[in-house]
Ligand binder design. Structure first.
Ligand code: TMP
Length: 237
């Protein structure tokens, strides 16, 4: 069995370990929660367990529909073997409905449907507060090649279509989400990181109740219960 060797990275929600195989890492999901670029800190009990299970289920779904992912094998409640990649320094956000920073920046009420899925890039840099950037910025700064950018855009829109349909069957509206991509040593672009209530906005289809990390960000209460409820919904046949 693949086993953890030295820790090579610790992020806000996960740790990444090397393994005996240079082509594989192990990610370990934590319960730590942050918001507003780390200014608000807390814990969400068993968030790591929920996000590990949910990400792996969604990676399998997405892989089955033709978008390659880093997922290899779940080892335990919190630990998963993934393909070793170099993460592109871009947060790729797709929005179906206005919310969060989009609503603030453009003065559009939360809940306003967008006329088309809208893709945004942020430059992944905590010291700079993950600033919004465009395609030209990403190319001029050498963050991606033109071919990678085209792949990332097309995969991101495909992931949106897959996730929107899947969540709708579970009674959840996919408002927006953030994904990250990585590149293997042979140059293959893969969907990486996680897909969870930390990285998606999900609203109940009937009530529009927020079923995601906004409950923590905005102190809405029932944070742990909501994560468990989302996991139950997505795992129910
Ligand atoms: P935003 O409206 O705050 O820009 O967030 C858009 C989406 O991206 C939302 O689903 C939450 C997710 N997100 C992350 O996963 N990580 C982050 O650091 C931020 C700011 C947002």
């Amino acid at each position: 069995m693949t086993a953890k060797k030295e820790q090579i990275y610790e992020g806000k929600a996960k740790k990444v370990y090397a393994t005996d195989d240079p082509a594989l890492y192990i990610v370990s999901y934590k319960d730590d929660a942050t918001a507003f670029n780390g200014q608000k800190k807390g814990q969400i009990a068993d968030k790591g367990v929920v996000n590990n299970a949910m990400s792996n289920l969604l990676f399998r779904l997405i892989e089955g529909k033709g978008v390659p992912t880093h997922f290899v094998e779940q080892l335990s409640d919190r630990d998963t073997v993934v393909k070793a990649v170099k993460i592109l320094p871009l947060e790729v956000i797709i929005r179906n409905v206005a919310a969060g920073s989009f609503s603030q920046r453009y003065g559009v009420a939360e809940g306003t449907a967008l006329l088309r899925p809208t893709l945004e890039f942020s430059y992944k840099d905590d010291d700079l507060g993950d600033p919004l950037i465009n395609d030209d910025h990403a190319l001029a700064l050498g963050f991606v090649t033109e071919a990678q950018l085209e792949t990332v855009r097309s995969y991101a829109h495909k992931v949106n279509e897959i996730l929107k349909a899947f969540f709708l069957e579970k009674g959840l509206k996919l408002i927006d989400f953030k994904i990250e991509f990585g590149v293997t040593p042979d140059g293959t672009v893969l969907l990486a990181d996680e897909i969870s209530p930390d990285t998606c906005r999900l609203w109940d289809v009937e009530t529009n109740e927020k079923m995601d990390k906004d409950r923590f960000r905005r102190d809405l209460g029932h944070v742990e219960e909501t994560y468990q409820e989302v996991l139950q919904r997505v795992t129910k046949e």
